[in-house]
Design a protein around this ligand. Sequence first.
Ligand SMILES: [Zn+2]
Length: 164
Amino acid sequence: MLVTSINLFAFLGKRLLIDCCKNDWHTAVINSDRCHHYSLFKSLLNVEKYLTLDINIKYKIALARFRLANHKLNIELGRHYGLRKDDRVCLYCQQNQIHVIDCEYHAFFQCPKYDILRHSFLFNWYVNGTSIHDFYNLLTSPDTNIIKNVALYVYHLINAIETI
Ligand SMILES: [Zn+2]
């Protein structure tokens, strides 16, 4: 009887500690200046499915970097230079008098600078919408084929972002 109570107490204590850690992590992600989109497509403290799939490591790395804002889009570079979020614009679009934040969503679906890549690696299989909601759906999809296709596109996208 005593052993059962101790085990139950240990179980509940461990569970409470895990819940507190998860809450702290979630609060930190939501309040982070860095994780512009990440907080909206990473809601659980768990291993992402794309990390467990049998796909080329370079695609996994590219997808992880893109999701974690480890890239050279101005939303991230501007943060390093202390620019306000509204000033972290896409310089390519700004040449055409379009003032838009240079973020992951803009690069993924909108920026004409990456049109060729988008048509070669995204719109050759993806036929749905291009809203921010669609962006989050693609980045959180549990479908193995979608994950693989997104990873391939993001690999080419992130290479273009860093070389163009
Ligand atoms: Zn642009």
